[in-house]
Design a protein around this ligand. Structure first.
Ligand code: FES
Length: 325
């Protein structure tokens, strides 16, 4: 079960692939028609890439948002790959044509911040690279803490080296498996935040768990993060009834079944991608009932409003949900 529908797609060509680090390739995507522009994006945005077999994978755009003629991605070959990153690494070639979604942003910058601190773990550097470019354009000083096992595992170091010595730029590299290396001390990073700084983190689960703890007492509006993988299991403990308001259909979700599985089983065609509550593709408006939110996309305030939900992972606390589908 990995098909999806997307309303807003375009085709691009792979102009270049680059070796960036162990198991990390860079992809430069350009319009099919030379000298045309791609849809604009903002720092932190991602695109969904359509892959054979109906797979849809989300990748952050890492280039400067002022660039209108290319999208740049970094793709880590995931050992647990269900086909997405493996296809990107092994099948895509220079000249290949790809179908992608238009950019969407679930990891927005607050451009009023007086100082930005970026924390990257491994391939989590990608959305932060576009944010760094944006900070430079805005003249907002920034500091990056980039953690990887070794220098060989850290992609895009050349790109970062170009910021060396520029006013307001500070790149701190942390390689914990090199001789004398240590894990990045997030408590030290957070306690040294400049006044009013906003902090952005992207990386694997253990880094983000430590980040949540280290930033616990900061005002939530200054703390931003993007997850790679689900933090919570999907809500499948209980059964409930779902009415689809637009199509006037009702279905029963059984214990052990996700809402997305139930929707697909009756032939509904919700848009979805990650199936882990991290990309936001499957958001649906809730017209009645109380969702059991399990995603990493909505803020606590948005979850409390109970007027939308991610159907791939969230379920129902009430006996019935009415969805705008
Ligand atoms: S499909 Fe990604 S959040 Fe649901």
């Amino acid at each position: 079960m990995s098909s999806a529908t997307v309303s807003s797609t375009l085709q691009v060509r792979v102009r270049a692939t680059t070796y960036e680090a162990q198991k990390v390739l860079g992809f430069e995507l350009v319009p099919l028609e030379p000298a045309t522009e791609l849809p604009a994006f903002t720092a932190g945005a991602h695109i969904d890439v359509h892959l054979p077999g109906g797979l849809l994978r989300s990748y952050s755009l890492l280039n400067d948002p002022r660039e209108s003629r290319r999208y740049c991605l970094g793709v880590n070959l995931d050992a647990q790959s269900r086909g997405g990153s493996r296809h990107m690494h092994e099948q895509l070639r220079t000249g290949s044509v790809l179908t992608i979604s238009k950019p969407r942003n679930l990891f927005e910058m607050d451009e009023s911040s007086p100082f930005n601190v970026f924390i990257a773990g491994g391939i989590g550097i990608t959305p932060l690279l576009s944010m760094i470019a944006r900070s430079q354009a805005l003249g907002t000083p920034w500091r990056l803490h980039y953690a990887a096992r070794t220098r060989q595992h850290a992609g895009f170091l050349d790109l970062l080296a170009a910021y060396q010595g520029q006013p307001g730029a500070d790149v701190q590299l942390n390689f914990d498996q090199e001789p004398g290396g240590q894990m990045l001390d997030l408590n030290a990073v957070i306690s040294a935040l400049p006044v009013g700084a906003h902090v952005y983190a992207c990386g694997p689960q253990p880094l983000l768990a430590a980040y949540e703890q280290a930033t616990f007492s900061l005002p939530p509006a200054r703390v931003h993060r993007e997850y790679f993988a689900a933090q919570e299991a999907a809500a499948t403990e209980s059964g409930y009834t779902v009415t689809l308001a637009r199509s006037q259909r009702t279905l029963q979700i059984s214990p052990g079944q996700t809402l997305l599985e139930g929707l697909l089983a009756i032939g509904a065609e919700p848009t979805f991608s990650c199936q882990q509550g991290i990309c936001g593709t499957c958001e649906v408006r809730v017209l009645e009932g109380t969702p059991d939110h399990r995603d990493m996309v909505l803020t606590e305030a948005e979850k409390a409003a109970n007027d939308r939900m991610m159907v791939c992972c969230s379920g129902a606390k009430s006996a019935r949900l009415v969805l705008d589908l």
